[in-house]
Design a binder for this molecule. Structure first.
Ligand SMILES: Nc1ncnc2c1ncn2[C@@H]1O[C@H](COP(=O)(O)OP(=O)(O)O)[C@@H](O)[C@H]1O
Ligand SMILES: [Mg+2]
Length: 373
């Protein structure tokens, strides 16, 4: 255990200037006003070690009233530092503290997050390794995209905000895949893991399942398969194959969720992507768009986002776009259907995988993270 902790911490100290060539190349093809928030990329991430007393005091002794979220292996508390800064403290639950795999995931999150620095990726303020394992983040007052999108007590989110969330998440994911020193596959892109700042800027969080993949590997096989049903790419679900396209698929589902206002799996156990696919293919966007939006949306932005989502949720990973291409589609002047046309036999992925309806009936959803998280 000591070994794991010291390796993770070593990684944290090995922060080097990251490669942004590809990031900048794709951004160069886009309107600069749309990407101005990428300018401060070269800033080094800063984080510190907190003492247990500091975080104990900040969270009022980890009282239950300060719990803002519970996930698979951690509890998240709201807190306030003496400086007045609002923080979120993620504590590995006691039950998991004795589980070596969970502790490893927790340390992975420190190692990964210590390397990332982007306006659309949640930044780590620090950690505490006394009396348990704790990660400290800036507090997101608005909570996650899931909480603002699916809470009926809140007013519906307008299109401008939904578009900002989709675009910001695409930029953050593009950065993880291409802009970091080492490519990061998140593996659990979903609405509860995208936090919102005060002005609704999305920030990708929860790197517990994230993987650093060696640059020479095209894909990686991971067992056991973890993640959230409804967002899982078929090649990952069927064969445990993980690469950037796993995240691209989940991002497509996330965009569909934003456009339609529907959850990724509904009560009938039907997946959002299975429902949306024929509508997207037939160009039947009216049936897809959240009725709460009425007709208050920008038609070009909607068309581009829906087209990007249709490419991301393709069954065949090879025919899915990279996140650079997703950004090009989102910011494109016109939808280039010809460029993205694929052979008919590939349409439903039968060449490689079963159809989705088969996958759904095969699924034992108990092994996946609960969506209610
Ligand atoms: N920085 C934060 N600010 C506000 N709420 C947060 C923050 N981090 C996490 N949460 C809340 O806690 C929940 C669980 O956090 P997460 O990091 O996803 O943990 P897990 O790995 O257990 O899923 C999130 O869905 C969110 O509601
Ligand atoms: Mg989570």
């Amino acid at each position: 255990m000591k070994f794991m902790r010291s390796t993770s911490l070593k990684r944290l100290f090995s922060i080097k200037r990251r490669r942004f060539d590809e990031e900048m190349a794709v951004m160069g093809r886009c309107d600069s006003s749309k990407v101005s928030d990428f300018q401060d990329f070269f800033q080094k991430p800063t984080w510190k070690c907190f003492s247990f007393d500091e975080i104990f005091e900040a969270t009022d002794g980890f009282i239950a009233e300060n719990v803002v979220g519970r996930g698979g292996y951690a509890e998240v508390y709201r807190g306030k530092l003496r400086t007045g800064e609002a923080i979120a403290v993620k504590r590995l639950t006691k039950a998991c503290a004795d589980d070596e795999r969970k502790e490893k995931e927790f340390l992975t999150e420190i190692g990964t997050m210590g390397h990332v620095c982007h306006p659309n990726v949640s930044s780590l303020l620090g950690c505490c390794l006394d009396n348990g394992l704790y990660l400290i983040f800036q507090f997101s007052v608005r909570g996650s995209v899931a909480s603002v999108l699916h809470d009926d007590k809140l007013p519906p989110i307008d299109w401008k905000t939904r578009y900002k969330i989709a675009v910001g998440t695409a930029k953050g994911l593009h950065y993880l895949h291409k802009g970091c020193q080492r490519r990061i596959i998140h593996r659990d892109i979903k609405a509860p893991n995208i936090l919102l700042t005060d002005d609704f800027e999305p920030q990708i969080s929860d790197f517990g399942l994230a993987k650093w993949l060696p640059s020479q590997w095209t894909h990686h096989s991971i067992v056991p398969i973890e993640g959230t049903f409804g967002y899982l790419a078929p090649e990952y679900f069927m064969h445990g194959i993980v690469d950037e396209k796993t995240d691209v698929f989940a991002f497509g589902v996330f965009v569909l969720e934003i456009i339609s206002g529907r959850k990724p799996v509904y009560e009938t156990h039907q997946c959002l992507h299975s429902w949306a696919r024929p509508l997207l293919n037939q160009g039947d966007l009216d049936k897809l768009i959240d009725p709460k939006l009425a007709d208050k949306f920008d038609a070009v932005q909607m068309r581009n986002l829906a087209f990007a989502a249709s490419l991301c949720i393709r069954v065949s990973a090879a025919w899915r776009p990279t996140m650079s291409e997703v950004l090009e589609v989102i910011f494109g002047d016109c939808v280039d259907e010809e460029r993205w046309k694929m052979p008919e036999e590939e349409e439903d992925g039968r060449g490689e995988f079963w159809g989705f309806e088969d996958l759904e009936s095969e699924c034992d959803s108990s092994i996946f993270t609960e969506l209610s998280e």
